[in-house]
Design a protein around this ligand. Structure first.
Ligand code: ZN
Length: 146
């Protein structure tokens, strides 16, 4: 069971069944649960702009909605990302297939850009967790009490 982005509906799907283990624990502070699911939501939204999601428009039709110059730049960046990941060793003698991982690599890169404003994936996750904490705090009124 996993969360995913659904290109044909321009939607994300977050099955309630993932709300366990690392994604949800009733015995930990709620801001950690909101932060974790906030990261999942943010990650799935970015798949709308990965190499697959980018081929669909805002209502899920497969069509090129990009300006030619923007698409050209996007493809150049994607090729750089493929090359970069092909240089990484998964283990000795085993390289990452940058073509196969491109979708997730673009998703993580965009999540970092959106939530971390550059920097490491960890900083991006921390930033998204903090935003979720703020939302939770404002909605629950706990911000005023702390
Ligand atoms: Zn993903």
């Amino acid at each position: 069971m996993n969360a995913f982005y659904w290109s044909q509906a321009n939607s994300i799907v977050i099955p309630a069944g993932i709300l366990r283990d690392i994604f949800f624990d009733n015995d930990r502070p709620q801001y950690l649960n909101f932060g974790t699911i906030g990261y999942v939501i943010g990650h799935e939204i970015t798949h709308g702009f990965d190499n697959i999601g980018a081929q669909f428009d805002e209502i899920g039709n497969a069509r090129n909605w990009w300006k030619n110059e923007t698409k050209k730049h996007y493809n150049e960046k994607a090729q750089c990302m493929i090359k970069q990941y092909k240089d990484y060793d998964l283990q000795a003698g085993l390289k990452i297939n940058g073509d196969l991982t491109l979708k997730e690599n673009i998703g993580e890169f965009l999540a970092q850009k959106l939530f971390g404003l550059l920097g490491s994936a960890r900083r991006g996750r921390l930033a998204s967790s903090f935003h979720c904490f703020l939302i939770y705090s404002l909605l629950s009124g706990q911000w005023r009490n702390s």
